[in-house]
Design a protein around this ligand. Sequence first.
Ligand code: NAD
Length: 436
Amino acid sequence: MRICVVGTGYVGLVTGACLADFGMNVTCVDKVRAKIDMLNRGEIPIYEPGLDLLVSKNAKAGRLTFTTDLKKGIRENSVIFIAVGTPQGEDGAADCSAVFDVARAIGRNINGYKVIVNKSTVPIGTAKEVTTAIRAVNGRAQFSVVSNPEFLREGSAIKDFMEPDRIVIGVSDARAEEIMKEVYKPLYHLETPIIITNVESSELIKYASNAFLAAKISFINEVAVLCEKVGGDVLDVARGMGLDHRIGPKFLQPGPGYGGSCFPKDTMALLDISRKHDYYFAILESVVDVNRKIKERMVEKVRRAVGPLKGKTVGLLGLAFKPETDDIRESPALPLVAALVKEKARVKAYDPAAMPNAREMFPTVHYCRTPYETAKGADALVIVTEWNEFRYLDLTRLKTLLRKPVLIDFRNVYAVGKIKAAGLSYHPVGRIKEKW
Ligand code: NAD
């Protein structure tokens, strides 16, 4: 099977490398020449654990190639995955212009029957609109558009692709269904559940899943607020809830609000879809509103611990929206840095992978090489992202380096008692400060 994957971002590159690893011939296309040049030199444009080895192994075997030539990618392959970005537009709706650029290019260059796979997260109805866009360019084209949303998480993307909880395929004809089953045959043999449905249901499964997870996060974040008010410990509460099999422990970690390249934009896009269909999606409206307030609350938490921010130095540990990625899109760190800069605090920061991306957005931040350099002379240190290397910091050393011994922990990484023993003033999320 010959496959073309358009877009070599977090989803496209992982999809291309994994499908090549299944033994297929894969051509990855991107419009950004610098990315393709890097990939052809054996360099990986993003940080994703294990991706470098997977790409180099399959490129060496001749199954994985990279090009900017979309026309060639379309003509030489029978299955074309569209994995380009669908960022949030100004009105909250998903901006699918890149998807339609690719669709029109397919219309211009199509030669024989093709299966076109929407892997990008797209609003309900997009598969049909892509069909219309291709037909508008080439009325005689033979093809079928399939919806196949992706559920991988950055940081564990390869495992998530290779061992998914399920594969969702939205199709409108039997020929395309057979071809998609063939693409995923290696996972079919592992007994991965495959849901075959119509394109609308498939498109909605992706948005509904992300919106549901965002709701779960927002729920526990509000429980954490309540814990601070009533003297509860949210970690105990979350554990007590999560052990109920009907609830489950995942996505019950309180924190600074959900971020990243998916949850914020996908919740907004689903709200936009609902509004366009004249439906007020009350729960989701609240989820989005709660998340905004939780992010504001985190800035307030720093203000309360430090006092007026003007002239203070605040050290941030973590800038990525989660550990094991360099992605800072919608990271909870961003509104915090913006508020600190606006209120004329001096910001120092360290992140194991995300500093090159953050530097482009916040050039005035002082970027450090270690957590200890970040703490030096600061009026507070804030753990924003729970990278593993922040879990076992030398607390006594931190205390001597900090100007004021204040540790604010958005991720509840530390045990309250341990911090107290080290003589630090500790500000976690939703926990009992006096706990033994
Ligand atoms: P990304 O921004 O990392 O990558 C998109 C790539 O597409 C970029 O390299 C860009 O240069 C390329 N591109 C854009 N227009 C193009 C065109 N016309 N021709 C060729 N290349 C083009 O995006 P991503 O994070 O990989 O996300 C891709 C899609 O997958 C989005 O719809 C996203 O919502 C969805 N998704 C993302 C994740 C995730 O964790 N990142 C998970 C599941 C689904």
